[in-house]
Design a protein around this ligand. Structure first.
Ligand code: 6PG
Length: 240
């Protein structure tokens, strides 16, 4: 695992944008990228939209999937897919067939089953039969959750590809990919900013085996995981 600390959120975001631009021009025929929800991606999406106008991102080989989704209409402000469309995909030249949202018209359990079929039909599988995303963009909650894998929620050991679950405080119905899928990715970027997460960052990145939060189990089997922190989120970890 690698840790990058940036002076501020804009520098963190710019690093991701530059890598997306470069990746979009690589020779790989199809690139499967899985996106998280929440607030951090909104700033990233806006920066990508601006960059696309200046540097021409080649969208032709990029396919976007979602790490998790809130079971609300795409028009709802909390929809991860709806947010990505409003902030980015409605403004760039991407084929809508390259966007693979969860079907939130179905009950969460069925939406998870449908998504597994979609992934099975489109994404290369690892030797142990799990889909291999080329790039996963993760966020982390202050409670140590990633995706919609909350403490005491979906099992970190689940061998399913996707599961129905609930937000522990709002009880909002969710669907989420599991760590079994996330950890097959070739590259995972964990984007964490703000002072509110500094304590959890310190817990997760310490070597304290007693720490038992989902974010600790983001450990790609063969791929690379990079934590991108702004100074505030990195405030309690040593720089050595
Ligand atoms: C979601 C996300 C969730 C998010 C973290 C961090 O649907 O809410 O998948 O896991 O990444 O809660 O969110 P922020 O980027 O808003 O801090």
């Amino acid at each position: 695992m690698k840790i990058n600390v940036y002076n501020d959120m804009n520098s963190l975001i710019d690093n991701m944008v530059q890598r997306l631009i470069a990746y979009s021009h690589c020779q790989q025929a199809t690139i499967h990228i899985a996106l998280s929800g929440g607030n951090t991606p909104k700033r990233l999406f806006e920066a990508i939209k601006i960059a696309d106008a200046c540097y021409h991102i080649d969208w032709s080989r990029l396919h976007f999937w979602w790490i998790d989704e809130r079971c609300v209409s795409y028009r709802h402000e909390e929809s991860n897919y709806g947010t990505a469309k409003r902030y980015l995909f409605d403004h760039v030249n991407i084929n809508l067939n390259h966007l693979h949202p969860f079907n939130v018209e179905r009950p969460a359990e069925q939406s998870a089953i449908d998504y597994v079929q979609q992934m099975r039909q489109s994404i290369p599988l690892s030797q142990n039969g799990f889909p291999i995303f080329d790039w996963v963009w993760l966020g982390m909650g202050a409670d140590g959750h990633v995706a919609s894998i909350f403490p005491h929620g979906v099992s970190i050991d689940s061998l399913k590809w996707a599961e129905a679950t609930y937000h522990p405080e709002t009880n909002q119905s969710r669907v989420t990919l599991t760590l079994a899928v996330i950890n097959q990715a070739k590259r995972i970027d964990m984007l964490v900013s703000g002072r509110a997460k500094a304590k959890m960052v310190q817990k997760i990145l310490s070597n304290n085996v007693a720490v038992d939060y989902p974010a600790r189990y983001v450990q790609p089997e063969t791929g690379q995981c990079v934590w991108h922190l702004d100074q505030k989120a990195a405030g309690l970890i040593s720089n050595d």
